[in-house]
Design a binder for this molecule. Sequence first.
Ligand code: SAH
Length: 231
Amino acid sequence: MNEKTFTIEAKRLGIVLGDSQLQLFTKYYQFLVQENEKYNLTSITDESEVYEKHFLDCIALIHATDFSHKRVVDLGSGAGFPLIPLKILDPTIDATALDATAKKTFFVDQLAQELDLKDVHTITGRAEDYKGEPFDVVLARGIAPLNVLLELACNLVKPKGFLAIMKGTNYRQEITDAASAINTLGYKITKVQEVKLPESGLVHFNMTFQKIHPHNSKYPRSYAKIKSKPL
Ligand code: SAH
């Protein structure tokens, strides 16, 4: 996928990309492959694949909820996905990349400088240990099975706030398996949107959850417990 087909496919998703945004994606690609040579950030480095499987895939999440002027955290942001593509689309987002690995948050700090993006913050740490001010929106792609992810995220999202997460074709089974987590932690599914990537044929399901009830303060448990005895 080149810049032209990226623009066309974005339009099919209802997203109109301006020249300055396209330039930011070019810079993002260049900086990603440059830094990826120093340390491993992504296994996808082919330009065409980065545009499709990272950039297009991530911007499709823009319809999951209202991002305008929201405080948004990306749980396990890695090389900035999906947070930074969404920030490029909507500069009013107050963006925080949270990752357990310092080299990943360091990369996002450098990237924000390189792209001259304002209001991009990073936190190096584990989601389930977060004790700060909760966020309006929590993003996540490629982190954990849904029942685990919902517990990892429960202190990150504020009351009535949203989770906008990306899942694979197994999402129905994941919802079934997460019935108890959804109930116990006070979430409600508000939206599911299918996204098919045009060249690879990969399919993702973008899911939106709202935090409608508070949860017992014993959650989230330690990561070892969340994993060994998931809700
Ligand atoms: N979201 C990115 C990266 C996925 S890889 C993408 O879609 O490309 C998973 C990332 O999540 C890794 O960088 C890992 O360090 C981080 N991670 C996994 N569990 C985490 C947790 N509980 N808290 C914070 N970061 C976590």
